[in-house]
Write a protein that binds this ligand. Sequence first.
Ligand code: PEP
Ligand code: MN
Length: 328
Amino acid sequence: MLYAFKNRERARELKEYLDKEGIPSWYVELWGNYIVTTPPNARAQTPVKADVEVELKGEYQLVSRAWKKEPTPVRIGDREVAEGKIFIIAGPCAVENRDQIMAAAKAVKDIGAHALRGGAFKPRTSPYTFQGLGEEGLKLLAEARESTGLPVVTEVMDSQDIPLVAKYADALQIGARNMQNFSLLKKLGKAGRPVLLKRGFGNTIDEWMAAAEYVALHGNGDVIFVERGIRTFDRTLRFTLDVGAIAYMKQATHLPVIGDPSHPAGDRKFVIPLALAILAAGADGLIVEVHPDPSKALSDAAQQLTFEQFRELVEKARALGRALGKTV
Ligand code: PEP
Ligand code: MN
């Protein structure tokens, strides 16, 4: 069951009662409500009546529109990812050096990005490839934020690194390969930073929603879903962008949904059309790879956009956004 209260004391009373009875339960404060949940099979006659009581069905509840009808905006730094707007996060796949990240940050800011991306801890297929600059990369991102005012989004791969990454970054990206790293998801509940939860390329939509439920249930309701392509029988492009998942998720969750056109494309030639498809399907924004000199990039060289290509993307996204009635 899910019990929601406007009054904190009554929620605490219920939690104490369930603890005393030995009924497993969670207490969390989210989106202006004090919430107590119990597993789907735990039926209790509770002495405390909640303002709203909903029977839990399936693997998640808090992140679903069935539970919360109004869209939930999520803040990144001083900006907001919200329904009715298009939020653009841009920057290189990885932070490589000061000149590279400063040039990228300045260019994407001037062209119209709302936040800067760049990996400092990189999940690479081969251990022999560039793994990211670690804390040095985080410091460079913070420097880029100082000089451009853009909030910074970067990946955290290991739960041990959450405090370190949260010290420098405005939002924490959870990579596709870690979408079901449950101990990491639980710890993000206390990270104090919004989370961009990328869909695992082998994961269903339900698994993705349940992964977000972990973060929310453990205390952090600021989750943004990122569709980034799944693995299918067709390997012509790097991954198969699941456009249908975006349309579906916009109805299934009240949290923001954005798309990453870079990783499914695998080749910069296809990034702009995929980005437009993401927006046309209803996404609240994009996260896209842009590099000052893509062919020399230390990771994902083939798919990163040049500044000129990014300018073209932003112009087209603005035109499409207007047609969709959104603020860009
Ligand atoms: C990335 O954003 O650079 C990245 C590694 O993404 P994903 O986890 O979606 O592969
Ligand atoms: Mn990348």
